[in-house]
Design a protein around this ligand. Structure first.
Ligand SMILES: [Fe+2]
Ligand SMILES: [Fe+2]
Length: 251
């Protein structure tokens, strides 16, 4: 026993070492690090990195633990970054007197950026919520991905000045986005998607007074929260909610 250490201190150390040894190793998916490093470059597989330790297969203790049956609001609380932007959009839509479907679409339109994947965020968000909302809501969230790039002066939507700042003067949407726009323009729900872009807030105000409590009734009436919890209800997007809950599982 090292000099100067009590028996109990030594016992604590041993116990800590034992716990460390049993600690599961979290694994980051390729997509989380792709770009930071070349995804095709050789890497040590998690199995080798773990050095005999078990690989993580559920909760990552570095994250806030979610309830066993997570509600949409739990994802806002434990996994999404502050909802100020979407709350401002939904507040604007509510003040303008739009139907609850539009308000909900505004509230959910950027959840993919907030807690999942940035690129193609409108498509990912639409897929996440599709099993739980009216088809028109998911359609609108999906279409905002494309519509935001195209002005519609007839209804007061200009190309956002923020985008010039963010993407540069020379940015032009890819041809597939242009093609998608032509189709969306003809769709019967075009205006629902367009309303997301109109109520989107392009000048972010961190001091705006917004409150999720203003929308819990609308969520209750328009979002079919599964009894088993998001991620555990066997819906077509349950796996995506589970991945947000437990993002670093080995498989
Ligand atoms: Fe968006
Ligand atoms: Fe947005």
């Amino acid at each position: 026993m090292p000099e100067g250490k009590s028996l109990s201190a030594r016992a604590d150390e041993l116990e800590h070492a034992e716990i460390e040894a049993l600690e599961a190793v979290p694994c980051s998916s390729v997509i989380y690090t792709s770009g930071e490093k070349d995804p095709t470059a050789p890497v040590l597989t998690p199995f080798i990195r773990a050095d005999g330790k078990p690989l993580l297969m559920s909760h990552d203790k570095r994250l806030k633990r979610m309830p066993d049956k997570p509600h949409l609001l739990d994802f806002f609380k434990y996994r999404f970054f502050p909802a100020n932007h979407v709350l401002q959009s939904a507040t604007l839509a509510k003040k303008a007197g739009h139907p609850e479907k539009v308000i909900l679409a505004c509230l959910l339109h950027d959840i993919s950026i907030m807690g999942f994947i940035r690129g193609d965020h409108g498509y990912w968000a639409a897929q996440l919520v599709a099993p739980y909302v009216d088809e028109e809501v998911a359609w609108a969230i999906r279409s905002h991905q494309v519509l935001r790039f195209f002005p519609d002066p007839d209804v007061g939507y200009e190309y956002p000045a923020l985008y010039v700042k963010l993407f540069g003067e020379g940015y032009r949407p890819e041809p597939y986005i242009q093609a998608a726009y032509e189709k969306l323009r003809q769709h019967k729900w075009y205006m629902t998607g367009r309303l997301i872009t109109i109520n989107d807030i392009y000048a972010f105000d961190p001091n705006a007074k917004v409150d999720m409590a203003d929308f819990t009734d609308i969520i209750g009436r328009n979002f079919r929260q599964p009894e088993a919890g998001l991620g555990f209800d066997d819906s077509p997007s349950a796996h995506m909610w589970r991945t947000i809950n437990w993002p670093t599982r080995a498989l």
